[in-house]
Every structure is written in C-alpha cells, then in structure tokens.
Design a protein around this ligand. Structure first.
Ligand code: AMP
Length: 241
C-alpha cells in the first residue's frame, strides 16, 4: 500500500509513460514516486547523458560541451541510447520516460520504435505511450533550478529553498554529499528553457493531436501533483474519470 491511495486505487497503468515539462517542473521527483509505487524503471535521458560524460565514453565526450551550454545532444545518439536502455528486461511491463522524446524528430522515431516493439522483442506487447506535461511559471522554475541539489549516488532530489536536507549539503537517507548540477545555473537555465520552448512544444502538440496528452499544474505540493498526475494517466490509459 502506498502513501497515496490514488497510486493503488486501480493499480494497472504502466506501459510507457512520458513526463513532459520544462527543466525544474518536478519530473524527476514524480518519476521517483511512480517508480517506487509501480516497480517500473525511470528512463531519464539526462541521467544517461550525464553517465556517459562521467564515464568518458565516445558519445560522452561529444556531449560534454553541448550539455554544459544547455544545448540538446543529437537525436540519433539519444534515440539509440533509449532503445538500448528499454531493451532491458526491467522495461518489459512499462517505464517512465523523463526528458525523452524532447524533439518532434525523437517523438516520430520513438513512435515507430514502439510500433515495432513486438517484432523486435519476440512478440512482446507494449502499450501505447501516454504523456502528461507538468506546468510551472518561469520565475518559480528559476528558484527551483538554482536551489536544486542531488544525491551524488542515489540521485535523490532536494532543494535548498523548498525541500532542504536536515544537514546542509548531506542526504538525509544515506549521508552522501549533495551536489549541484553544473547546468543548474541561471544562465544555462535560460538556454535550456529556450530549447524547451522551441523544440518540445511540437512534441506536446504531437501527443495532444493523438489524444494521448494531458496537462497537470506543477505549482502544488508534491503529493497533490502526484495525485493529479496519476488521475490524468488513469484517464489516458483506461478512460476512467
Ligand atoms: P535534463 O537532465 O533532462 O535537463 O538533461 C540535461 C541535458 O542532457 C540537456 O540539456 C541536453 O543537453 C541533454 N539531453 C537530455 N535529454 C535529451 C534529449 N531527449 N535530447 C537531446 N538532449 C538531451
């Protein structure tokens, strides 16, 4: 039984769930909650990209400068990484996509990939993708982004203004150091927002047009956002109002 009754009410929702929203709307926080409740993984392209940079892989070296400037990395590289990640067994029942697809090109590639899922994976069935956008005003996003701190290993998310750890700079759960992402500065944030507005708006229109899209107000408590998010996903997946 989870803390939120909405999460248990009529359990099956999974299949691919896409969380859309500008940097800082709380996609990562919500993904973490849904992942714990449903036992499906989060597939975050931001995390995959950062991991490649940390490990200094060939694509990672290519990404480094782009990520530092808040510019998106090439579609074909991201598409391949998501295909690899979702091929793992833990994604069979569904997964939460965080930060992907982020351009219309990625969305079209991804829809084709999902349509071929059965052929690629021995006839395994995957449900259609459903998408929810979490929306928050720019001024509030800026505060969230510049205050964000992340557990260096667990990736647990804190905010020095709105959700501070008990001891500054240290994770409450396992004592690991909390770090600030280098692209969580005001200047890089502005570029990430510009990229988001320009490139992700068509992704929203794409899924809205397919009738697989809803919006949730992100300026509420984490619990209220989860409740509204789950209700929206339930409507989209099962048509339950
Ligand atoms: P995020 O943590 O989602 O804000 O992603 C951090 C950075 O990783 C972005 O500013 C991009 O440079 C890169 N990135 C993450 N996801 C994608 C994507 N779907 N397409 C292209 N670049 C991405």
């Amino acid at each position: 039984m989870s803390v939120l009754p909405e999460l248990d009410a009529h359990v099956p929702i999974p299949g691919p769930v896409l969380l859309l929203g500008a940097p800082g709307v709380g996609k990562g926080t919500q993904a973490q909650i849904l992942m714990d409740a449903w036992g499906i993984p989060q597939v975050s392209t931001g995390d995959i990209v950062r991991e490649n940079i940390r490990l200094r892989t060939a694509p990672g070296l290519e990404f480094q400068d782009l990520v530092a400037r808040g510019v998106l990395v090439p579609d074909d590289l991201v598409n391949g990484m998501v295909a690899d990640r979702t091929a793992r067994a833990d994604c069979a029942r569904g997964f939460i996509l965080d930060g992907y697809p982020r351009t219309l090109g990625q969305a079209e590639w991804w829809d084709g990939f999902l349509a071929d899922w059965g052929a690629l994976k021995d006839g395994a069935v995957q449900l259609p993708l459903i998408a929810v956008s979490i929306e928050v005003r720019y001024s509030e996003l800026l505060r969230r982004i510049t205050g964000r701190r992340t557990g260096s290993v667990s990736k647990r998310i804190y905010n020095v203004y709105t959700n501070p750890p008990v001891s500054p700079g240290v994770c409450d759960v396992d004592g690991e150091p909390l770090v600030q992402r280098p692209d969580d500065t005001e200047e890089v944030f502005a570029e990430r927002m510009r990229a988001f507005d320009e490139l992700t708006a068509p992704v929203i229109e794409h899924y809205r047009g397919l009738g697989r899209f809803e919006v949730v107000d992100g300026e509420q408590s984490v619990e209220a956002v989860t409740a509204n998010l789950v209700a929206a996903l339930r409507r989209l997946r099962h048509g339950v109002l």
